[in-house]
Design a protein around this ligand. Structure first.
Ligand code: DC
Length: 231
């Protein structure tokens, strides 16, 4: 039987990590876990409980309720995708809102939140055959992952892609504004005290600035085949 792999995909925001990870999982018939969606779901939970206010964060409140947060990924055959569920409620759309996006980096900096998510991520993955994307998958969650990819692309290209994505949804935000947000998120991701974004020593870098999705898939297929033949 073919060896079932753990594939970790980390990198900067708006690099197309989730799209790439999702496609790999479909191709291999693996489970896809969007770890960013988990931090987004916790953020939504905290917003609803009013743990995030203009005066700051109620960190103790958040920590005391962490045990009440259950996150699942449920396959929806109608759209052929996994969707994020928070305590049995489908929150896939809500966690992508601008409000959640604006707050998520504060919540994902809380050490207890990270510990709880890492624990959940490892539990979901006890059976192998996983593609997980995030910021600390190859460094913290699965330091022994079979394949580690670190994705990057130029800020201009990422801003252009995000701009088009929003335009297609009918949302018009100034290009320079998007670019500033991307730069600010890079700085926040790279400089936080706990699990900052960094390339694992054994991760392969994928700069997809000038690559189509099809080209990226051909590139990863070679890496997967080689890994399977070597092991
Ligand atoms: O990938 P994304 O934009 O959906 O991630 C949302 C936020 O969660 C982002 O601020 C970075 C954070 N995150 C993290 O700290 N660790 C992960 N493994 C995944 C995401």
């Amino acid at each position: 039987m073919e060896k079932r792999l753990i594939i970790a995909i980390d990198g900067y925001s708006s690099c197309g990590k989730s799209t790439f990870a999702r496609l790999i999982a479909k191709e291999l018939r693996y489970i896809f876990i969007d770890s960013g969606a988990m931090y987004r779901a916790v953020t939504l939970f905290c917003m609803r409980r009013k743990f995030i206010t203009i005066n700051g964060l109620n960190t103790m409140g958040i920590i005391s309720e962490l045990k009440d947060i259950h996150i699942d990924f449920v396959f929806n055959p109608e759209i052929n995708e996994y969707e994020t569920f928070l305590n049995s409620e489908n929150v896939e759309k809500e966690i992508r809102s601008m409000d959640v996006t604006a707050q998520v980096s504060r919540i994902s900096q809380i050490p207890e939140v990270r510990a709880s998510m890492v624990e959940m991520q490892r539990q979901i993955s006890v059976s192998k055959g996983i593609v997980m994307d995030g910021r600390d998958i190859g460094t913290v969650v699965f330091p022994d992952a079979d394949i580690k990819i670190f994705m990057t692309a130029s800020v201009d290209i990422r801003a252009k892609r995000r701009h088009n994505e929003l335009k297609n949804k009918g949302i018009n935000i100034d290009f320079e504004e998007i670019k500033r947000t991307i730069i600010a998120r890079d700085i926040a991701d790279e400089n936080r005290d706990i699990s900052p974004l960094r390339r694992a020593d054994d991760a392969i870098v994928l700069d997809n600035s000038r690559m189509t999705v099809e080209e990226q898939m051909l590139w990863i297929k070679e890496i997967i085949d080689k890994k399977r033949n070597d092991s």
